[in-house]
Write a protein that binds this ligand. Structure first.
Ligand code: CU
Length: 175
């Protein structure tokens, strides 16, 4: 009884966290519309008071037949958005800027804390949870993709990570 209750709660949380962020970009191919790039689980961290930087995470999937190259992103909230990669060197977490990321056909890249991310600089107004930010992803060889990205508080982000960890465990149990 207790377990099924927890499961329902998890389902609800999963839905409310993942459901809102899913976006699909479509481009006309021949007769119908076929999605080429899909962006899932996108969110931006609320900014820490007194700072003007933050970061954004998401899963970008190339559903097309050709490699696409992510060059960066733009948004009204920040004049400068860079692609960054966290890496551990000499026991220190470092960030370095990447010029671009190639996403091969049928591949997905995961932007996540301590890994790849989009870094926002000089944010004009503090970002607060419940807010949504329009973000445009820019590619070298395809049209830009604009998505609405929710702002998550540290608490929301923490819950999301717990759900993802739980789902990952469940997934490995089933296979
Ligand atoms: Cu960074």
């Amino acid at each position: 009884m207790k377990n099924s209750h927890l499961y329902l709660l998890l389902l609800f949380c999963t839905y409310s966290f993942f459901g809102v962020a899913n976006e699909l970009s479509t481009e006309k191919i021949g007769q119908g519309q076929k999605p080429l790039i899909s962006v899932e689980r996108a969110y931006i961290r609320s900014s820490i008071p007194g700072t003007t930087i933050t970061s954004s995470y998401m899963i970008i999937e190339n559903k097309g037949e050709k490699t696409v190259t992510l060059l960066g992103a733009s948004s009204k909230i920040s004049p400068r958005i860079e692609i960054h990669q966290h890496s551990l060197s000499d026991g220190m977490m470092r960030m370095r800027q990447l010029d671009s990321i190639d996403i091969n056909a049928k591949q997905r890249i995961v932007l996540q804390p301590s890994g790849l991310h989009l870094m926002f600089f000089d944010i004009k107004n503090p970002l607060q949870a419940q807010q949504k930010v329009e973000l445009t992803l820019i590619f070298s060889n395809k049209s830009p993709v604009t998505i609405q990205v929710p702002v998550y508080s540290p608490l929301q982000e923490h819950k999301l990570q717990k759900i993802e960890a739980h789902l990952a465990v469940q997934h490995s149990h089933h296979h």
